[in-house]
Ligand binder design. Structure first.
Ligand code: SF4
Length: 343
């Protein structure tokens, strides 16, 4: 059973104004209900790093989208995956765990970045570019729909985008959909011609360099960790450009005690809760999609086992091929057994 006092002491590190004892008493009651339902349904609950702090309390795993999908695939006896994240993430979990029921507790939780790349538009753009570049390779960020992944040669994450593009045999690469990540990869790989798709994440794109410079001016020793979805003039101010999970690992293992995590605000909340002995400053923005899933949604989805995420077979197989290629190109030993067995 969740204790409201302990809960408040923990969650108020993220937002002391919101997580009052009264609010935490209500949250504790709902968390107890989620724990019971998860057991009844034999469900594993995944929470992306940007979710509401109370969701982390009932998560079997917390992390970035592909990492979560892979961890869930390795839980042998789970029948249901509850994905607290956004739509493309639940699709990825379905691709990696095809035999399980995958539930997204609120179907409104989409992603403006993934929405910038439509599968039909991408098909046209690939045809157009192949007339100009016969060796064109197509790499997509994991923040894309499964239908888009199915059209690409390889998928990548924010942590391995540069390594995947470097390992591709093609010199000319169409990178979909984040133009900021494409620019960052191009700065690291002058030997490649990286053609960006014209998409961006509205959350990261809105973060201005002045917000970071103001904090650096009064904290010259602070470590600035920036997500590669940020603009180039923001990335240039970073001590490290890292994925969300990379930021968590960096903050835990670094000898520094003050950090500025430049990404969606949920990560700052997570860091404040999980690394209480260090101090985290904020130059972040809130993603409206990532905050849509509430504990009420989780309870309802576990009671009804919906809304379920399903994929056409050919889309699932195509997306799976692109994800598998990512593991092959990076010689990663993290390829899940569910992907290794596919021809
Ligand atoms: S933070 Fe950006 S990329 Fe992530 S879900 Fe929100 S809109 Fe999409």
């Amino acid at each position: 059973m969740f204790d409201p006092v302990e809960l408040q002491s923990k969650l108020s590190r993220a937002d002391p104004g919101y997580y009052t004892l009264e609010t935490c008493s209500e949250i504790a009651r709902k968390l107890d209900r989620v724990v019971d339902l998860k057991r009844e349904r034999n469900a594993v609950l995944l929470a992306h790093n940007y979710q509401r702090p109370e969701i982390f309390e009932v998560a079997n795993f917390t992390g970035d989208s592909l990492g979560l999908a892979l961890q869930a695939a390795e839980v042998e006896d789970a029948e249901v995956i509850i994905f607290c994240g956004v739509h493309f993430m639940a699709e990825t979990a379905k691709v990696v765990s095809p035999s399980r029921k995958v539930i997204l507790p609120n179907l409104q939780a989409g992603c403006s970045l993934a929405d910038t790349a439509d599968a039909d538009d991408l098909t046209e753009r690939i045809e157009e570019l192949r007339r100009e570049y016969s060796d064109l390779g197509v790499v997509c960020y994991v923040n894309t729909t499964a239908a888009v992944k199915a059209l690409c040669d390889a998928c990548c994450t924010s942590a391995n985008a540069v390594d995947v593009i470097r390992a591709m045999p093609n010199r000319n690469i169409l990178y979909v959909p984040d133009k900021n990540m494409a620019a960052y990869a191009a700065s690291q790989l002058p030997e490649k011609n990286i053609i960006p798709w014209d998409g961006y994440c509205y959350v990261h794109h809105e973060i201005q360099p002045e917000a970071i410079q103001r904090i650096q001016a009064t904290n010259p020793d602070i470590k600035v960790l920036v997500h590669p979805e940020c603009r180039d003039d923001v990335i240039r101010l970073a001590d490290a450009a890292l994925s969300t999970s990379g930021m968590v690992n960096y903050a835990r293992s670094s000898e520094a005690d003050r950090f500025l995590a430049v990404t969606e605000c949920g990560l700052s909340d997570l860091l404040a809760i999980q690394v209480p002995d260090k101090r985290f400053y904020r130059a972040c923005k809130i993603c409206r999609y990532m905050k849509m899933i509430t504990l009420e949604d989780v309870i309802t989805s576990l009671e009804r086992l919906e809304p379920e995420i399903t994929l056409p077979e050919e889309v699932a197989r195509g997306a799976e091929r692109a994800i598998r290629r990512m593991f092959e190109l990076t010689a990663s030993d993290r390829m899940p057994s569910s992907l290794m067995s596919i021809d």
